[in-house]
Write a protein that binds this ligand. Structure first.
Ligand SMILES: Nc1ncnc2c1ncn2[C@@H]1O[C@H](COP(=O)(O)OP(=O)(O)O)[C@@H](O)[C@H]1O
Ligand SMILES: [Mg+2]
Length: 239
């Protein structure tokens, strides 16, 4: 049986009285790339935040690397190998590219000692050569696509075994979308990272995912069949 990296079972969550997730189930296995799509406001970001330990869960079960997310802190989950790249463009505009990457490493303090910062820096710069070229540039002065590369690089600094990516390519030019998707596939190939990706660029994403979930009306269901086949059908029927 394949090893489960993330399992959500009947998860309920929301903001105050507003229930956003009503019994969401989803799993991510070792070495998989899994896609999650759904209309705006359906709760995709909320689900990722629950997984990253940033949102309380009303009921249901959520396990990451065999740990109960409710009983773990965000930092514990990070150090256990969960990387999270939020939807917001999360870079420090006044820090250089290098300083952004370093900061993502330093948040873990002494507990990151087992991870080699130089190795991580070299890994990120090999994945995104543009970041090596622009090492000392202020992140705020980079293009949208480059800032997403910085954000993704930050998510890789603590050497994750699994990554949650929230719309990494929204609003980017097609060539940059292609570059980022290629980098995502490379992450699985080179480091065996399991990836859960929420995307609006559905056609590009369908080419890289093994399985696909569709979120609709506060629940999640798995698309039956090859994700690539969905591209040949009317996606909007499913949303
Ligand atoms: N911080 C918040 N406080 C209150 N409601 C929120 C907050 N963030 C999101 N919501 C609401 O929760 C619902 C789901 O949002 P979200 O998870 O961001 O959806 P998606 O990522 O699928 O677009 C939306 O109705 C949104 O307005
Ligand atoms: Mg969202």
């Amino acid at each position: 049986m394949s090893q489960q990296v993330i399992t959500a079972q009947g998860v309920y969550s929301g903001y105050g009285d507003a229930e956003v997730l009503r019994g969401v189930s989803l799993r991510l296995d070792q070495g998989e790339i899994v896609g999650l799509i759904g209309p705006n406001g359906v709760g995709k970001t909320t689900l990722l935040k629950c997984m990253a330990g940033l949102m309380p869960i009303g009921s249901g079960q959520l396990r990451v690397f065999e740990r109960d997310v409710v009983a773990s802190s965000t930092l514990e989950l990070r150090l256990a190998g969960l990387g999270y790249v939020p939807q917001e463009r999360n870079v420090f505009p006044n820090l250089s590219v290098r300083e952004n990457l370093e900061t993502a490493y330093r948040v873990a303090g002494k507990r990151a000692a087992a991870i080699d910062i130089d190795e991580r820096m070299a890994f990120v710069e090999a994945l995104f050569p543009r970041l090596a070229e622009r090492r000392s540039q202020h992140a705020g002065l980079m293009s949208g696509g480059e800032q997403r590369m910085v954000a993704l690089g930050m998510g890789l600094m603590l050497k994750p075994q699994a990554l949650l990516l929230d719309e990494p390519t929204t609003g980017l030019a097609p060539i940059v979308v292609y570059e980022l998707m290629r980098a995502i596939r490379k992450l699985r190939e080179s480091e065996g990272i399991s990836i859960l990706i929420v995307e609006q660029n559905i056609a590009s994403m369908l080419k890289v995912v093994d399985r696909l979930y569709i979120m609709k009306e506060n629940v999640c269901r798995e698309f039956e069949g090859e994700p690539a086949d969905l591209g040949r059908q009317n996606i909007w029927e499913y949303l």
